[in-house]
Design a protein around this ligand. Structure first.
Ligand code: SF4
Length: 209
C-alpha cells in the first residue's frame, strides 16, 4: 500500500476497509496525482457488482465514460455486455468493470507509465477489496500495465490464455481482446468467442457462477 504522509484523503482511500467506503471517498477526492486530472470531468471508478467473482480491467475511460462517470458505456460497452451475456454472465451481477487509470486523457491515446504508476494504488486497493477470482484484462495495454513483464505482448498469441501473478494470489488472470478493438477489427470476433467459451468452462469448473 502506498501512503502519502501529507495527503490524508488519499491515505483514507487506501486504508478503506469496505468497497463502499473506498468508492465514495475516491469519488469525492479531487485527485491530482497525475496530469489526467486536467482532462477529466469525472473520476471513473466502476460499473457492475463489487461482490462479483470477475473483475474486468481495461485501459482508460473515453469521452462517454468521462461524461457518465462509468466505464464502458457507448458502443464498446454494448459489445462488452453482449460478450458477457453470450456466456450467461449478467454485467450487473457477475462482473465489476474498471480501468488501469481512472481519468480520461485529453486525446484518444493510451495512458503513460507516469499516469499508470500514479493511479495503480487505486486499482490494487480495488482488487484487494473486491477479491475477484478472475481478472479479465481487456487488450494489450491493460495486460502490460498489470503485468509489466509482458510489455511486448502479442495479442494474437496471448488472447484467451490464463496466467497467474504472485502479487495477486488465488486469482486467475485472463487476456481478452478489447471490445473497442473488436469494433475496429470484427475478424477477431470468432477467436473471441472461443476465448469466452474457455472462460465459461473455467467458471463452471470452479463453480464461480
Ligand atoms: S488517473 Fe488516477 S492518479 Fe491520475 S488524476 Fe485520475 S484518479 Fe488521479
Amino acid at each position: 500500500m502506498q501512503i502519502d504522509l501529507f495527503d490524508t484523503e488519499l491515505n483514507q482511500i487506501l486504508a478503506a476497509v469496505s468497497y463502499a467506503d473506498y468508492k465514495s471517498k475516491l469519488a469525492a477526492y479531487d485527485c491530482s496525482r497525475c496530469t489526467l486530472c486536467h482532462s477529466r470531468t469525472n473520476i471513473v471508478i466502476d460499473r457492475g457488482n463489487p461482490s462479483a467473482p470477475i473483475l474486468i480491467v481495461s485501459e482508460r475511460p473515453g469521452v462517454n465514460e468521462d461524461r457518465v462517470g462509468k466505464p464502458f458505456v457507448g458502443r464498446a460497452g454494448e459489445l462488452l455486455d453482449k460478450m458477457l451475456k453470450s456466456i450467461d454472465l449478467d454485467p450487473n451481477e457477475h462482473v465489476l468493470i474498471t480501468n488501469v487509470v481512472r481519468c480520461m486523457p485529453e486525446t484518444d491515446r493510451s495512458p503513460t507509465k507516469d499516469e499508470v504508476d500514479a493511479c495503480f494504488p487505486f486499482l490494487v486497493k480495488q482488487i484487494e477489496l473486491v477479491a475477484p477470482r478472475v481478472i479479465m484484462l481487456l487488450g494489450a495495454v491493460a495486460v502490460k500495465w498489470v503485468d509489466p513483464s509482458r510489455s511486448d505482448i502479442k495479442m494474437e498469441k496471448e488472447a484467451g490464455k490464463f496466467f497467474t501473478l504472485p502479487r495477486f494470489p488465488g486469482v486467475q488472470l485472463m487476456v481478452m481482446y478489447n471490445p473497442a478493438f473488436l469494433l475496429r477489427d470484427p475478424r477477431k470476433k470468432a477467436n473471441t468467442w472461443e476465448h469466452l467459451k474457455a472462460l465459461r468452462n473455467y467458471l463452471h469448473e470452479e463453480k464461480l457462477v
